[in-house]
Each structure stands twice: as structure tokens, then as C-alpha cells.
Design a protein around this ligand. Structure first.
Ligand SMILES: C[S@@+](CC[C@H](N)C(=O)[O-])C[C@H]1O[C@@H](n2cnc3c(N)ncnc32)[C@H](O)[C@@H]1O
Length: 505
């Protein structure tokens, strides 16, 4: 079902009563809190107000919400509650409220509870909505970037950061439903901005079943605590009593599993001999990607059929092919106009006149490619290519997939296979060398080390930066095959010197 623009701009996903109740029960049972005052800053139709009344009947409860109909609905829902007089609900805009003044009145044990709007600043720009902190509107967006560290931030992220700033001045706890990624960002920001130890817990929730949205979401519980630390415990469900992982910052990055990271930290380091690369970037799939239709003919993405020389055309495996293990055959081929970034392309005219004609026929489309990387570059340039692209054997992994599934890619039709720019790969001259390195990257120590740094809910969890952190030499040492590794490295060096000498003549 499509979500209305109004609902989207207010990040309006009302919490079911059952979930709100589970949250307040959990707070009472696991944290033994008995707040004097409970604040729900965007209370909607009041699920958390009702749950708080039920679980903490002696607390004073304050709720605020921008939508007057929701406030009315919330008010009606508690009108007959015996403790209803302890609740004060007000209609108001979070961003226009003087929270400093309000908070100064609450010098007692506070619980900030709720589920702030699930919407990003860029979605709000698209909707032309002003539901943003005033400083971030239009020209002054920089200020908010400085706070959240990104031009595209979640409104709830900004609100949560505000809440954490209120806490040091109170004895208090924060218990907020939000995206899992938002909780992580807030945790990192707090850790970087403050030296005070804290307790941070994340309980994953099934957002699909509660809110009908496909996003990783959680309950984030946070408070400053002198006996606390600087890591965040992750609980797989609201019922879990034992954390499955501990998230924390190590060596300047956020890691998902600090125990595994600390265990395999000695496997990290530089790889001088094998460098992870990402695949070819051309930004014009309808012209540069071709489906072979037989007899040396190819169909492009706008349905035209061209007879082209094979010289510049290579098999292409896309992220979905690599992710799904479809690597024995290929559906598409790609025109690779250069062997190195910036290389002059005019030689194509002589080497493959039909290909040059094809490119010239589509000059208009190709020269309209938006990215600034194509400016002042030879015509029909591509990126993400070098000698490594043309090596026959590759180990490839799709950045999009939610598990570490390295694939050994062999040449197809006697040509090296190209991969798209969402795929990361290593390349090799021989099958034996590729198979040896595959054993290293798929070994348990390597997999545990890499996965300790990966957050599977991210859009593209497997990044080249993380892959590059693993030292293949250290893995070989760990597995007791350092000698073999050194032999392969020597072979590469001899080979490259050979190529160098050949190049001199
Ligand atoms: C994700 S819903 C959750 C509502 C409620 N907290 C709950 O748990 O059911 C977010 C709520 O924030 C409200 N909201 C959005 N922008 C707001 C603003 N600027 N000030 C106050 N409330 C706002 C929306 O109307 C919506 O009711």
C-alpha cells in the first residue's frame, strides 16, 4: 500500500499498543527503573502514553505531538484512566519547542520514551517539507551536517542526539524505537562527543511485522552511567536476556562484533601484493552493455542491433550474477574502450572501425553522462579499469549481498570477465594462484575477521575498505601456509619485472 506524502513527511508510523507495552515492561524488568517523569516528545496517538500509564502508574507523563487530531485521539484514549490526571498532552512542533526551558523544570529522574519520525532530510527535500530543525532548512543545512556528520540525516537521529544532550543534566534513561542504523550513528556521535561512560543497548525488532516497513529497526536504550563503558550491546530480540554481540569503535572504525574483532585483530594490515578493486564504471548501460545475439551481432539497451568487432567487448558479470553464483555463463557483454584510465581512445577507430562507428552514433548519449569524472577525458572513457581488469582469473564478491560469498571467476569464451562497479575483486594470472588466495579469504579466521566489521543491514555492507583491511599474508601465516604465499608473491614480482623488461624493448 502506498504511503501518503503527509504520512511520509511526518515519518508517521504509529506504534502498535502491544509493542509499546512490551517496551515499557522490558524497561521495568531489565533496568528496574521507576521514573518520576516520562517524556514522549512525538507521542502520536499515544501508544507509549498508555503503556507508560500501565507500567509506571506513579510517574508524571508529558506528551507532545504536532498533529492536533492525534493529540485529541491520545487524550480520548486515556480520559477514563484512573491515573489519567498525571498525563499532560500538548500539541506542538518539536522543532519550535524550547526544550532547554522545559527540561530545566525536570530536575528529576526522567525517562525519554517514544518513537520519533522515520524520515530522512533528503526525503523531506523531495516532498518540499519544512519538518526539519530550523537551522537545517535550506541555506543553513551545514550546521546540522556538522552535528549528524552527514547531509542526509534521519530526523529521528537529530532528535535522539538532542535527547542525549538533555540526559547529563538529569538522572535519566532514553528508550527509543528507531532504525538500527540511526541507533548506531547516535551511539558513535555520543562516544565521539563525550568522554563520560554510558550504557547503550540495542534490541532488534521486526519492523516488517510491526510497521510494515522493510528496514532494520530497534529499541535503543541509553543512559550515562559511571560504571558503564564505551561499547553497545546488541540483543537479537526484545525478549533476549543475553547480548549476541557487542558493537564498538576499534582502530577508528565501528565494528559489529568487538569480541571477534579483538580475536582476529592480528589479521589486519596492508596488502601490498593483492589489492581489492571495484569493477568497471561507465554510467551508460544502455549503450555500453550489449547482449550477444549471434553472428558477431549485439543488441544494446535501446533495442538496436549492431555488428561489432570482438576486440573491445568482454563478458560482463553483474552484482546479481556474482551474488547468486551465476558465473559459468554470461548474459551481457561490456564495451571496454580503454586498458587504463585516461588512455586515448582514438586508436579504436583504426583497430575496430565498426565499434568506433557504434560509439560515434551514440556520442550524444555518452557525452551526456552526468558524473564530473568524464569531463575533459577522452571520448567514450570508462573508469575502474587497469591491467588488473584484464587478468584472466578473479575472486569476486558483490557489495550488496548479505553474506560473504566469494566467487572464483574463470575466463569465459577465452576472455577475462569484467564485473560492474558494485562488485569488488582480486585478479590473478593463474587458476592455481586464484585458488590458493580463495582458500585464504574463505578460511574461518578471515571470514570471522571480515564479518566482525560488517553491518548486514547497510545497503552495501561489503565495502572495498573493509576487504582491504584484511592482510592476506597474515591469514596465510595464521593458516600455516606463509611459505606458499611468499612463493606466489615472488612469482608475481618476477612476472611483473618480466613484463617491465618486455615493455622496454
Ligand atoms: C513514528 S510516529 C510515532 C508516534 C508515536 N510516538 C508512537 O510511538 O506511536 C512519529 C510521530 O511524530 C510526529 N511528528 C512528526 N514531526 C513532528 C514534529 N516536528 N513535532 C512533533 N511531532 C512530530 C508524527 O505526527 C507522528 O505521530
Amino acid at each position: 500500500m502506498a504511503i501518503s506524502a503527509k504520512k511520509r513527511q511526518f515519518g508517521d508510523f504509529q506504534t502498535p499498543d502491544s509493542l509499546a507495552q512490551q517496551v515499557t515492561d522490558l524497561l521495568k524488568q531489565n533496568y528496574k527503573i521507576s521514573p518520576q517523569i516520562i517524556l514522549e516528545p512525538t507521542c502520536g496517538t499515544g501508544a507509549f502514553i498508555r503503556a507508560a500509564l500501565q507500567t509506571f502508574p506513579t510517574s508524571e507523563i508529558v506528551g507532545q505531538e504536532i498533529n492536533p487530531n492525534y493529540i485529541q485521539e491520545a487524550q480520548q484514549s486515556i480520559a477514563n484512566h484512573p491515573q489519567g490526571h498525571q498525563v499532560s498532552l500538548n500539541q506542538g512542533d518539536f522543532f519550535a519547542t524550547d526544550w532547554q526551558a522545559l527540561m530545566s523544570k525536570f530536575s528529576r529522574n526522567i525517562l525519554i520514551l517514544g518513537n520519533p519520525p522515520w524520515v530522512t532530510s533528503s526525503e523531506l527535500s523531495l516532498l518540499n517539507s519544512q519538518n526539519l530543525p530550523s537551522k537545517s532548512n535550506h541555506q543553513n543545512r551545514r550546521g546540522i551536517e556538522a552535528i549528524t556528520g552527514s547531509a542526509n540525516f534521519d530526523i529521528s537521529e537529530w532528535m535522539l542526539l538532542q535527547f542525549t544532550q538533555w540526559l547529563p543534566h538529569q538522572t535519566g534513561t532514553l528508550a527509543i524505537l528507531c532504525k538500527y542504523s540511526v541507533a548506531r550513528k547516535v551511539f558513535c556521535q555520543v562516544k565521539n562527543n563525550d568522554t563520560a561512560p554510558f550504557m547503550a543497548h540495542i534490541y532488534l525488532i521486526d519492523a516488517k511485522s510491526y510497521f510494515n516497513v522493510a528496514v532494520a529497526a530497534c529499541l535503543f536504550v541509553f543512559r550515562y552511567e559511571s560504571s558503564g563503558g564505551f561499547d553497545c550491546h546488541l540483543y537479537p530480540t526484545l525478549d533476549s536476556q543475553i547480548p549476541s554481540e557487542s558493537i564498538g569503535e576499534r582502530d577508528g572504525i565501528l565494528v559489529r562484533n568487538t569480541v571477534q574483532y579483538d580475536r582476529w585483530r592480528h589479521l589486519l594490515g596492508q596488502n601490498l601484493n593483492y589489492t581489492w578493486r571495484s569493477g568497471i564504471k561507465h554510467d551508460c548501460s544502455k549503450i555500453m552493455e550489449l547482449a550477444p545475439v549471434g553472428d558477431g551481432k549485439f543488441r544494446n539497451g535501446i533495442g538496436e542491433i549492431y555488428d561489432l568487432e570482438p576486440t573491445y567487448i568482454y563478458p560482463l558479470l553483474k552484482s546479481s550474477d556474482i551474488g547468486n553464483g551465476r558465473i559459468e555463463t554470461y548474459r551481457k557483454m561490456v564495451l571496454v574502450t580503454q586498458r587504463a584510465v585516461g588512455q586515448d581512445t582514438h586508436s579504436i577507430q583504426k583497430n575496430a572501425p565498426k565499434t568506433w562507428q557504434y560509439l560515434s552514433d551514440h556520442n550524444q548519449i555518452l557525452s551526456r553522462r552526468k558524473s564530473s569524472i568524464y569531463k575533459n577525458k577522452p571520448p567514450y572513457s570508462v573508469f575502474g579499469i587497469g591491467a588488473y581488469s584484464f587478468k584472466p582469473w578473479k575472486i569476486a564478491i558483490s557489495g550488496f549481498y548479505k553474506h560473504l560469498n566469494f566467487q572464483l571467476i574463470s575466463p569465459l569464451n577465452n576472455k577475462p570477465v569484467m564485473v560492474d562497479d558494485t562488485v569488488n575483486f582480486l585478479s590473478f594470472d593463474s587458476q592455481a594462484e586464484a585458488q590458493f588466495i580463495l582458500k585464504l579469504v574463505t578460511s574461518k579466521p578471515a571470514q570471522e575477521c571480515l564479518t566482525s566489521m560488517l553491518f548486514w543491514d547497510e545497503k552495501r555492507p561489503i565495502t572495498i575498505d573493509i576487504l582491504r583491511r584484511l592482510s592476506l599474508q597474515a591469514v596465510a601465516r595464521e593458516l600455516g601456509c606463509l611459505e606458499l604465499y611468499t612463493d606466489w608473491v615472488k612469482a608475481i614480482q618476477v612476472n611483473s619485472q618480466g613484463q617491465l623488461e618486455l615493455g622496454l624493448f
